[in-house]
Design a protein around this ligand. Structure first.
Ligand code: BGC
Length: 370
């Protein structure tokens, strides 16, 4: 009898230990909510994020929401129902996630806003590039390429195409570029013939190439139909740049090379840059953005983060910023901001150096390694 009792006891102990071990070993679940597959970069971001988190031992659930804010709410609700402990979200619309962010907060789920901020205090951390600097680099490129500093009496015509007003990044890109150009606009050195200057006049719904094309065609038809020269078109990113480049090649009557800016180093745009249809793009290394996100997420899942210490510990240059981005008025979000840089036809090797791009067979331009 004693023997049986001892056996039962031993068995209970072993089973208890086993179940404890399996609970310990159970992978933590992380939810990743990407906006859309229709814009080139989010495919890469999603793939990189998924792989990085899986390699680090997390179970990953990932959704794409077809650029629809409602769908993203449903998708995130699904991730919460699935029991994720941490959410990484690139919002379709940073203002439209209130209810589901309330739910995340109630459940104690950690929210990391990836690349785009969400206007809700459930967001614990924001990982992105310095969005204002992206715009500054575009503005400065135009300033230099046109020689605005030493323009004398010369006058230049410029147009601007901004991003999606639902994306919190878009006003930062716009403002960064605009602040460089404003003194020249005020001085009359830079003219915007369409008169469409304010952020709400130049936006592109959904960052959609076709929307950018339509607006560019309308502007070229109305203000440049008589052969008036256009010197530069400031585009906030590569999808809008593609629309503008198409409009220019179809409808622009002048024979000067119009300076066109962009952002992201998308494949088609790198070909356009090689062909001289686009002039520059601002590059943001996604693998680095993902590496920082993983480190922030890991630290957050383990407890409190010392943001500055964490930022200082990376090989990658990243600023810990506690003032620039507010989730609600007066409530700044601890942000990790990486540093973007300019790529032109002459500096594509810098992309190859990242290991994420390779030269084509003719060694004329680089493309993403799939
Ligand atoms: C990103 C850009 C991107 C744009 C459209 C922005 O939030 O920061 O890199 O070009 O969305 O996808």
């Amino acid at each position: 009898m004693k023997k049986i009792l001892a056996l039962v006891l031993a068995l209970t102990l072993v089973m208890g230990l086993l179940s404890f071990a399996s609970a310990e070993d159970a992978k933590k679940k992380v939810g990743i909510a990407m906006p859309t597959k229709a814009l080139e970069r989010w495919n890469s971001d999603g793939d990189f994020l998924k792989k990085a988190f899986e390699d680090a031992g997390y179970e990953v659930k990932m959704t794409y929401s077809d650029n629809k804010a409602d769908q993203q709410v449903n998708d995130i609700q699904g991730l919460l129902a699935d029991g994720v402990e941490l959410l990484i979200i690139t919002a379709v619309d940073g203002q439209a996630l209130n209810t589901v962010m309330d739910e995340a907060q109630e459940k104690g789920v950690i929210v990391v806003a990836y690349d785009r901020l969400i206007m809700h205090d459930a967001v614990s951390y924001y990982v992105s590039y310095d969005n204002y600097t992206v715009g500054t680099l575009q503005g400065q490129y135009v300033e230099e390429a046109l020689g605005l500093k030493d323009a004398g009496d010369k006058k230049f015509n410029i147009e601007i195409t901004g991003g999606d007003p639902a994306d919190n990044n878009a006003p930062f890109f716009y403002q960064g570029a605009f602040d460089v150009l404003k003194p020249y606009i005020d001085a009359g050195t830079v003219i915007i013939p369409s008169g469409q200057v304010a952020f709400d006049q130049v936006g592109t719904a959904s960052w959609d190439e076709a929307n950018a094309l339509d607006r560019a065609q309308a502007i070229l038809g109305s203000y440049y139909g008589d052969g008036q020269q256009l010197d530069a078109w400031v585009c906030s990113n590569d999808s809008t740049s593609r629309g503008v480049v198409q409009a220019l090649s179809q409808d622009y009557k002048g024979d000067n090379a119009v300076i066109v800016t962009g952002q992201d180093a998308d494949d088609v745009n790198l070909v356009n840059i090689y062909e001289g249809k686009q002039t520059m793009t601002v590059y943001k290394n996604l693998a680095n953005e993902v590496a920082i996100t993983l480190a922030v997420a890991k630290a957050a899942l383990e407890g409190e983060i010392n943001g500055q210490e964490l930022a200082d510990s990376f090989d990658i240059k990243v600023a810990f910023d506690t003032t620039s981005y507010e989730t609600t008025p007066g409530n700044p979000c601890p942000s990790f901001l990486l540093v973007p840089y300019v790529i032109t036809k002459d500096t594509m090797q810098l992309l190859a150096d990242t290991g994420l791009y390779a030269w084509n067979a003719d060694k004329t331009y680089v493309q993403k390694i799939q």
